[in-house]
Design a protein around this ligand. Structure first.
Ligand code: UDP
Ligand code: MG
Length: 334
């Protein structure tokens, strides 16, 4: 029996501080799983270098020469975590039965990958890694995260609370996922939409092993906002609702003003006028802004641009060699 071929996909952006440790720990784990006949000998670790500016790719190349379990793909430029992850998943899916995705920083407990595989073999297509506690996150990150999941749920986006991108997926679930062609990728929101039998495995999330978070507050907010606007149109409905409310309030205020006029109390209405001008103007700008955000998204989607480009692929067995600039070939001219 061939057994399950597992590929562990690890997106890396400027991760030179952690890469060797991650590679060491994951290969020990993979070797153990192979020795226990849980997965096949073809199983691999696939590092995706997301256009890093540091030594990340050099380190991956070195690791590849030393360790046959390790493979790497290098993206032509930085495309962000979600797209880099997708690049890894698409590459891995071609030659695996199931794929685990994990961050390079060792914050997730790699030991539970064994449980992931066991769940897969029991018949689950998607196995979510769910953080039990968030003690290692800052208070700010923790509370904002809780608020975010509540809010997302309210506006109809089904997310698995405390689950990031640490999960196992079968290739048949991945193939379904690849049919979602959107440029505004928010994988966590899409995967529950794919369906298939799924399971959760709980673990404690640790401190980043080394290096800094690549998600500063600004990026985190942008990510949350992207998540909302790429999966839900509730904010646009909300704008419409506020618009209605404003119309009703102004009708009441108008009635009141006319009544005052008829009753002869026509003294200065300056305050109310100024307030309403600003309020309505503000609401309009807000509404235009939200609608603009969606139009921006549509603009990006209709262009159907590729989501990443692979510069080097050491994983796929039959990659057609394309000529690279600077590579001299002995062409025979006749
Ligand atoms: N990452 C990436 N491209 C980027 C930013 C991040 O591939 O443009 C990777 C990063 O190397 C890491 C994962 O995405 O493996 C998650 O990033 P990080 O740990 O910094 O995020 P946090 O855990 O702080 O949310
Ligand atoms: Mg992290």
């Amino acid at each position: 029996m061939k057994g399950t071929t597992l590929t562990i996909v690890v997106p890396c952006y400027n991760e030179q501080e952690v890469l060797l440790e991650t590679s060491k720990q994951l290969s020990v784990l993979l070797t153990n799983l192979i020795d226990d006949f849980l997965i096949s000998k073809e199983s691999k670790i696939l590092f995706v270098d997301d256009g890093s500016k540091d030594m990340t790719w050099t380190l991956i190349e070195e690791e590849m020469t030393k360790n046959s379990l390790i493979k790497g793909i290098k993206l032509a430029r930085n495309v962000g975590h979600q797209n880099a992850l997708l690049a890894g998943l698409e590459t891995a899916a071609k030659q695996s039965d199931c794929v685990v995705s994990i961050d390079a920083d060792l914050q997730d407990d790699i030991q539970i990958i064994r449980t992931f595989v066991e769940k897969y073999q029991e018949g689950f297509d998607i196995v979510y890694g769910v953080r039990d506690k968030r003690e290692t996150d800052t208070f700010f990150k923790r509370t904002t995260a809780v608020g975010f999941y509540r809010f997302m749920n309210k506006i109809g986006i089904n997310l698995i609370p405390n689950h990031a991108d640490f999960r196992l997926m079968s290739t048949r679930a991945l193939d379904e996922l690849f049919r979602y062609k959107e440029s505004n990728l928010f994988l966590r929101g899409l995967i529950p939409l794919v369906g298939f039998p799924s399971a959760k495995v709980f673990y404690d999330r640790k401190e980043r092993f080394a290096g800094e978070s690549k998600y500063p507050l600004k990026k985190m907010l942008a990510f949350a906002f992207d998540g909302i606007t790429s999966l839900s149109i509730t904010p646009i409905r909300f704008v419409t609702f506020i618009g209605f409310l404003a119309v009703i309030i102004s009708a009441i205020a108008g009635g009141y003003a006319i009544f005052q006029e008829l009753a002869g109390h026509t003294e200065s209405g300056w305050t109310s006028i100024i307030i309403s001008i600003w309020l309505v103007g503000g609401l309009q700008l807000l509404a235009i802004g939200i609608i603009g955000e969606y139009i921006g998204k549509i603009y990006r989607e209709v262009k159907r641009r590729p989501r990443y480009a692979i510069e080097v692929d050491s994983f796929s067995k039959q990659v057609q060699e394309k000529q690279k600039p600077g590579v001299f070939r002995n062409a025979v001219w006749k």
